[in-house]
Structures are given as structure tokens and as C-alpha cells.
Ligand binder design. Structure first.
Ligand SMILES: Cc1cc2nc3c(=O)[nH]c(=O)nc-3n(C[C@H](O)[C@H](O)[C@H](O)COP(=O)(O)OP(=O)(O)OC[C@H]3O[C@@H](n4cnc5c(N)ncnc54)[C@H](O)[C@@H]3O)c2cc1C
Length: 420
């Protein structure tokens, strides 16, 4: 098993524990969520809290388990089989909790982190605005600080969990004339503050029941004790927050791909065409081979990314972005291959693959689109390669005609300055 390479006995035990939890989730809950009959799975979150399964990485003194990213990724794969709404309800405290645990005050940790890890408080992260989600530093939701109180006005949209959250962490513009990296701050805003309005608006393709909504802030008064980290340091905080956003997406994607593939494998082992099991056709079994290879590659990269974060290596941000891109693309490919294996009945809701297709389409978009992942990956890798103090062999020396320096032209101008 690939996982044996990555997991300690303790992590394997956690994986089994979470697997059993996922198996116990009533099928009726997943169906009601998908029918939009339940807007947010609050009872499920409470059950996670009761079993001490929320915020596994956070210190025990706040109610976490003090585990590593490796452990959390193993858990996320098991929860991911439940789809994006329940996966996100599990993952959101890991994201919001990171901000509170790393940058929050002791008072914020006691008041918000601890009850959140028990499942008593629900949180949401509000970054995206109607004007866009990719351009983080362009946020226009304003927060003006006067005499110890922020006044917040603006809107955030597509906020998962908004419908049920007791508090939001909200990226706000506190310095509109400053340099982009010095404009943003992170505020914790309780839902019951006057001027906060949540609208449950969207007819979503999937991820129904995740409580996705729009939040409007109309002159909301927020005490400066709700500032997370320092003023105008939201950019630095976001750099840290990228990690849990991306690794939780990656980890849960593994479960989505795996669950769909297993359905297709069971089906192909029983379904017959031309008098034989369809898995005996190369056109079917090679799809399974492609899918499991892609899934294992995504799994290996996701665990490797988790380990770089645990070890605080400088490549952590790049690897977390690669893992998010690779695992979400893999899950999308695998659920589609799984649907193809099942044939027409896979396109109906007699099988759960169609829901997985609807769910996984989102994961390439949220927590930063996969194009934004590419932006970051190439940026960081250029920096690593061009700044490497001890690079490997430069194979340019091995080019047979490499001595023809006049042929190595980087800019038009060089031809003229060097002469013909
Ligand atoms: C169901 C759902 C749940 C969500 N949950 C949350 C949440 O809980 N909290 C939250 O804050 N947000 C959430 N989001 C928002 C999500 O993160 C954004 O939709 C996403 O970041 C993209 O932002 P956008 O939709 O504004 O697209 P835009 O930023 O307008 O981008 C549109 C397209 O342009 C591309 N693009 C933009 N800039 C570049 C560039 N520089 N280079 C290459 N391509 C580029 C993008 O990749 C994308 O394809 C959720 C979205 C959905 C649909």
C-alpha cells in the first residue's frame, strides 16, 4: 500500500477512526444536503467535535490533537468520500483555526478557537468579493479604524458556511492608499453584529447544503480586539492561510476520486457486455489503471507537501499549490473516468457518480483557482532555480555546438551590439 510509506501507526489508527466516522454518516443526510433541504450540516459538525475530530493539528490545550499535516491529510481523504459540502464543513475549522492559532490573541483563542474545535461554534472564511476572488489585494470591503473601533462596509460572496456560521474571518481593506501588500487586514466579525446580513442565494451545481452565501456589511462596528494579527498585515497572514486552504482541498480530493473509482470498479466486476465482465475489456481496465496511477501520484504529492509544511521548508507554498492543482485535477479526471466506466446509468442519480462530478467541478475553482496555483508554482520555482546557490550540472556545456556563442541570442539588440 502506498500509504504505508507515509503513515505512522498512530496516523493509520486515526485514518481508521475517521473512516469509521465517515461510514456512520447517515446516507439520508448526504441526500438531504444535495436536495438543498438542509442548508448547513450543523449536527454533523457537532458530532465531529464530540469525537475530537475537528482541527486535528491544533494544540491539545485548545481542544485539538496536536497532530501533523500527514495525519490531517489521511483524515481528509476519508472525509472526502462524503463530497464537498461535508468535506468543507470538516476542513473549514482547519483553515479558520490556522489564523486564530498562529496569529490570534490568547483571548481570541479561548473565545473562538476552543469552542470551534468542540463543534459548538461554526466559522467561515470570507475573502472573495463580487468584484473577484483571484485578486486578493484588490479587496474593496473597507474597514476604517477610529477610537478603537472598526467600521466595516462592503460585501463578500461565495462564502461556504455563511448560512450557519457564528463568526467570519474577513479580509478587509484598511489602507486603500497603501501599497497592495500593505492594504489588507484580517478581522473576526460575529454574525450577530448589527449591520451584518447573510443571504443564501446560489443555485449551485454541487456542494449543496454547504451553506454558501453572500455576506453584506453595512457600517458594522467591530472592536479592535477582533483584529487578527496586526493592522495591514493581512497579506502576510494570507500567505500562511494559503497552506491549509490548499492542503485541505487536496486531501479531500483524494477521497472523492477514490470513492468514485471504487464504485466503478465494483460495477465493472459485475456488469457484463458481449457475454463477459466489462472489466475484462482493455478499454475499461486501462481506465482503472490510469485512474489509480493518477490518484497515487496525487496522494504522494499531497503527503509530500504536508511534510514540507510540517518541516517548515521554504518550498512549502509551492508544493501545497502543486498538491492542490494536481489532486483536484486528478479527482475531476477520475470521477469522469468512473462515469465513463459505468456508462449511461452513471449519468443518472441511481449511482452517486453524477454528484461527485458536480462536486469535484468546484474544487478546481475554489481555494484559489488552478490557474492561480500555476501562477504561484511557476513564480516560486523560477525563484528557486535562478537563485539556487548550488545548482546541479548545467547541461548547456554538453551541447556539441555550445561554443557558438554568436548563435546564443537572448535579445534582438545583442546582435547589433556584438556585431555580426
Ligand atoms: C461554491 C463555492 C464556494 C466558495 N467558497 C468560498 C469561501 O468559503 N470563501 C471565499 O472567500 N471564497 C469562496 N469561493 C470563491 C472562490 O474561491 C472563487 O470563486 C475563486 O477564487 C475565483 O474567484 P472568482 O470567482 O471571483 O473568479 P475571478 O477571480 O474573476 O477569475 C475568473 C477566471 O480568471 C482566471 N484568472 C484570474 N486572474 C488570473 C491570473 N492572474 N492568471 C490566470 N488566470 C486568472 C481565474 O483562474 C478564473 O478562471 C467559493 C466559490 C464557490 C463557487
Amino acid at each position: 500500500m502506498l500509504l504505508d510509506v507515509f503513515l505512522t501507526d498512530q496516523e493509520k489508527a486515526l485514518k481508521r477512526e475517521v473512516r469509521n466516522f465517515a461510514k456512520d454518516v447517515p446516507p439520508e443526510l448526504t441526500k438531504q444536503l444535495d436536495r438543498d433541504e438542509i442548508r448547513y450540516p450543523r449536527e454533523y459538525v457537532k458530532k465531529l467535535g464530540d469525537r475530537n475530530l475537528i482541527g486535528l493539528r491544533f494544540p491539545r490545550k485548545y481542544g485539538g490533537r496536536g497532530l501533523t499535516w500527514t495525519a490531517e491529510i489521511a483524515a481528509l481523504e476519508e472525509i472526502g468520500v462524503l463530497g464537498t459540502a461535508l468535506g468543507c464543513a470538516f476542513a473549514m475549522p482547519s483553515i479558520v483555526g490556522e489564523a486564530l492559532n498562529v496569529f490570534g490573541t490568547e483571548e481570541q483563542k479561548e473565545k473562538f478557537l476552543r469552542p470551534m474545535l468542540k463543534g459548538d461554534l461554526v466559522s467561515a472564511e470570507a475573502l472573495t468579493e463580487p468584484r473577484g476572488g483571484s485578486d486578493f489585494f484588490g479587496a474593496t470591503t473597507r474597514a476604517e479604524l477610529k477610537n478603537g473601533t472598526f467600521t466595516v462596509s462592503g460585501q463578500k460572496r461565495f462564502v461556504v458556511g455563511a448560512d450557519s456560521a457564528d463568526f467570519f474571518i474577513v479580509y478587509v481593506n484598511t489602507n486603500p492608499t497603501g501599497k497592495p501588500h500593505e492594504r489588507i487586514s484580517l478581522l473576526l466579525i460575529e454574525r450577530d453584529r448589527p449591520g451584518v446580513e447573510v443571504k443564501y442565494l446560489y443555485g449551485l451545481l454541487g456542494t449543496r447544503g454547504g451553506g454558501t452565501g453572500r455576506i453584506v456589511f453595512r457600517d458594522v462596528k467591530v472592536p479592535d480586539s477582533n483584529l487578527i494579527g496586526k493592522i495591514n498585515e493581512g497579506g502576510t497572514i494570507f500567505n500562511t492561510m494559503m497552506i491549509p486552504e490548499r492542503l485541505t482541498s487536496a486531501g479531500a480530493s483524494l477521497g472523492m476520486g477514490r470513492a468514485a473509482l471504487e464504485v466503478a470498479m465494483r460495477y465493472s466486476d459485475r456488469r457484463k457486455a458481449f457475454g463477459q465482465k466489462i472489466r475484462t475489456f482493455e478499454g475499461v481496465s486501462f481506465k482503472v489503471a490510469d485512474a489509480i496511477t493518477e490518484l497515487d501520484a496525487a496522494r504522494a504529492l499531497t503527503f509530500a507537501a504536508g511534510k514540507t509544511v510540517d518541516l517548515k521548508l521554504p518550498t512549502a507554498r509551492r508544493l501545497a499549490s502543486e498538491a492542490k492543482k494536481c489532486a483536484t485535477d486528478a479527482a475531476w479526471n477520475i470521477v469522469n473516468l468512473s462515469m465513463q466506466i459505468i456508462g449511461g446509468i452513471g449519468y443518472t442519480n441511481v449511482f452517486p457518480i453524477e454528484k461527485m462530478v458536480r462536486d469535484t467541478r468546484l474544487i478546481q475553482i475554489w481555494t484559489g483557482t488552478n490557474e492561480i496555483m500555476n501562477l504561484l508554482i511557476q513564480h516560486e520555482f523560477y525563484r528557486e532555480v535562478l537563485g539556487d546557490p548550488n545548482p546541479g550540472r548545467n547541461i548547456e556545456v554538453d551541447a556539441p555546438e555550445g561554443h557558438m556563442k554568436d548563435e546564443i541570442v537572448y535579445e534582438d539588440d545583442e546582435m547589433w551590439t556584438k556585431g555580426w
